[in-house]
Each structure stands twice: as C-alpha cells, then as structure tokens.
Ligand binder design. Structure first.
Ligand code: OSB
Ligand code: MG
Length: 390
C-alpha cells in the first residue's frame, strides 16, 4: 500500500457541557482529522485529539499541526507498507509528539482494515462484541451540580463514574457521591495535582473509606517513585495515565509497583499499535487495563471502542456515546451507548461514515498535499479557549 495523498482538517466542536480538571478547563475542542488516500483511491481516517493547550501533556493543537505538516506528512506521503504496524517505521526518528503520530497511525489502521474488508476491532485482534462504557465527570461549580451530573449519567446506565479531583475538591465530593450512590463503580482522577509528601499521602489514604475502584494519576508525570510509595500505603489501586507514554514507562511502572491498573490512551501512547503493545505487556504482568479518552470526536472514539474490544480491557473504558460530548458528531451514525454498553461495529475499518459536510461547517483550517508542492495552510487567528488553572 502506498500513500499518495494526505489531507488534514482542524475542526472545532463545542462540548455540550464545560469540562474542568485540576489542570485545565474547556468548553470546546480543536482536533485535527487525518485523511490518508492510497494509490487505489481508498481512504482512511485518523484523529489527532491533542488538547488546545499544553496542560494535560506538552502537545497542543498548534504543535500537532506543525509536526504533522513539517515532519509526518513528508515521511508518510509516498511511504509503502504492507501492514499498519509498519507505518510507524516511517516516523520512528521523531521523538515525542505522540498525539500527532497517533492520528496518522489511526488513519493507517482504518485504511488497511477497510482495504481488507474487516472491522478495525477484528484487525486489532479484538474479541468483544460490545464494550462497557464509563463516564468521566469534571470538577463542577458546586457539589449539587456534581450530584446532578452523576445522577444523569447513572440514569443513562453508564457502568462506572470517574470524578476529577484536586487538592480543593477531594473528600467532600467523593463522600457526597458515595452517599448518594452506595453501589456505584466509582473512581477518581487527579491529573497530577498532588505532591507526594507525607501529609498528602495521609489525605489520599482517607479515600480508602469510600470503596473506590482506583485513584488515577495523583502525582507528577515522571513520579513513579511517589506513586509506588502511595500504592504501598493505600488499599485503593493506583492507576497511571499521564506517566505512561511508551512501553519503557510501563515496564518502569511494573518493576516499581507504581500502580495496579493502567489507563491506555491511544493518543498518549502514540497510536493503536503501541496501545495494543501496552495492552499485551500489561496482560502479561497481570495488570487490568481500560481505555481512556480525550473527548475524541467520532473517528478517535471509534478507534477507542475497537481497541477496548481486546480481551485485557476488563474495566469500563471512557467510550461514552457521542451525545455525552457533542450535539452532533462528525461520524454517522454517532457512537451510541445503551445501558452503558457500546456495540463494536462490524463494518470495515472504524465502522462509521465520516460526515464531510459537518467537517466543512466546523473547519478552522485545512491542508492538502494535492495542492501546490509545498501547500501553505490558511493562517487562522488562534483563540485557544482552553484555560489553565494552576
Ligand atoms: O485524564 O482522562 C483524563 C480529558 C482531557 C484530559 C485528561 C483526561 C480527560 C478525560 C476525558 O477524562 C474522558 C473522555 O474522553 O470520556
Ligand atoms: Mg486521567
């Protein structure tokens, strides 16, 4: 397979509900869609789901665009490969920029599986016909607002609720939600908001009283030792997210016992191939995994659903229905969750059609290698609406 044309679309969609973590707050997302075309005219779609600002990780929509145009497009255009796993070789020399790479890897996997006439899930080796979905709820202005959100998602049938926490939003919200929902599968995510000192470890150990499924990424991105120290002191399983961006990180986590659960994000791992390798490595080490989300539009979300169909994804994934995030998604049909389950599509590739019309309506800028030899994207005034909170 030879890639003969590459198109990029930066698209902005408003969230139906503002989302706030300990590190940032946002009401809309700017993601970059990658469309690869091969010599036979077949296309594949991927999504670069980088947040607009560098608050979850160091990438931004702007850096992803620059790396895509300057470094990924020239390597992928004209590249010849048999299997999507081989596509990675074309950008092996580029350090970091996992979100940008993940968009290209996803498009390669979609293209290849469509060409083979198989579902992406099957191409990846997935075995589940449906996957269990959980929701991630942001920090709300008041406890009452939070309880309203939790009640709404529980009524939708979601199997797990994850609460964003931070130093000023810790025991009170957890206690309130636990009191209202004694049997709910509940988990908390701090997005690296805490420092690993004795007093904090004591505060976090108090969470053991609330029967949480896990506490996700309380400490800094590179702080494997802090997480290991916490895991020794609390019964609640520690889960790593931001800390694990490659397989070496995962090996460090396992060796140091820095956590008992892994959140696998396709974007954070640099694409589906790496995400699957992380799944395999975690399974061999007896670590249950689930698929985390980045508020993906339908293309990235469908890839997350396909990945979640692998056997090791034994915990509910952040693959809620499109309607939890967007009034109208860029794929048809949208991703739908019924009673907390999302069916794994059986049609070729990601199993959803891409709505080009809706992409055009919400387009911020586009790039096409079929234009001039070195096409210049239309500059747009950058208005990153995402705010940092620290
Ligand atoms: O830590 O999982 C996170 C969104 C932006 C940045 C970080 C995180 C998240 C989510 C999104 O929790 C969950 C989803 O996509 O459903
Ligand atoms: Mg997280």
């Amino acid at each position: 397979m030879r890639i003969t044309r590459i198109r990029l679309y930066e698209v902005r969609l408003p969230l139906v509900h503002r989302f706030r973590t300990s590190s940032h707050s946002k009401a809309s997302l700017d993601h970059i869609l990658v469309e690869l075309t091969d010599e036979a005219g077949a296309v594949g779609w991927g999504e670069i789901a980088s947040p607009a600002g560098p608050f979850y990780c160091s990438e931004t929509t702007g850096t992803a665009w620059a790396v895509a145009v300057d470094f990924l497009v020239p390597r992928v255009l004209g590249a010849v490969w048999d299997r999507p796993e081989d596509a990675e070789q074309s950008w092996a020399a580029i350090r970091g920029h996992e979100f940008a790479k993940a968009g290209f890897a996803g498009a390669g996997w979609d293209l290849w599986s469509r060409q083979q006439g198989v579902a992406l899930a099957a191409a990846l080796g997935g075995t589940r016909a449906r996957v269990r979905a959980g929701v991630s709820l942001g920090i709300e202005p008041t406890i009452d607002d939070l309880l309203t959100q939790v009640a709404r998602q529980v009524a939708h049938g979601y199997h797990r609720v994850k609460l964003k926490i931070g130093p000023d939003w810790l025991l009170e919200p957890v206690r309130a939600v636990r009191t209202a929902h004694p049997d709910l599968d509940l988990h908390v995510d701090a997005n690296a908001a805490f420092r690993p000192d004795e007093e904090t470890i004591g505060r976090l150990a108090a969470l053991d009283a609330y029967g949480l499924t896990m506490i996700e990424q309380p400490f800094g991105v590179r702080d494997f030792l802090g997480h290991a120290r916490l895991q020794e002191r609390i019964a609640t399983p520690v889960c790593l997210d931001e800390s694990v961006t490659d397989l070496d990180d995962l090996r460090t986590m396992i060796a140091l016992r820095a956590g008992r659960v892994l959140n696998i994000k396709v974007s954070r791992m640099g694409g589906l191939t790496r995400a699957r390798q992380a799944h395999d490595l975690a399974a061999a080490a007896g670590i249950p995994v689930w698929c985390g989300g980045m508020h993906e539009f339908g293309i990235g979300r469908a890839a997350n659903v396909a990945l979640s169909s692998l056997a090791g994804f034994s915990l509910p994934s952040d693959v809620s229905g499109s309607d939890k995030y967007y009034a109208r998604d860029i794929v048809t049909p949208p991703v739908v969750a019924r009673d907390g389950w999302v069916e794994v599509p059986t049609g070729p590739g990601i199993g959803h059609d891409v709505d080009r019309q809706w992409i055009q309506t919400n387009l911020l800028r586009a790039y096409d290698t079929a234009g001039s030899p070195r096409p210049t994207p239309t500059p747009i005034p950058r208005r990153p609406e995402e705010r940092d909170l620290r």
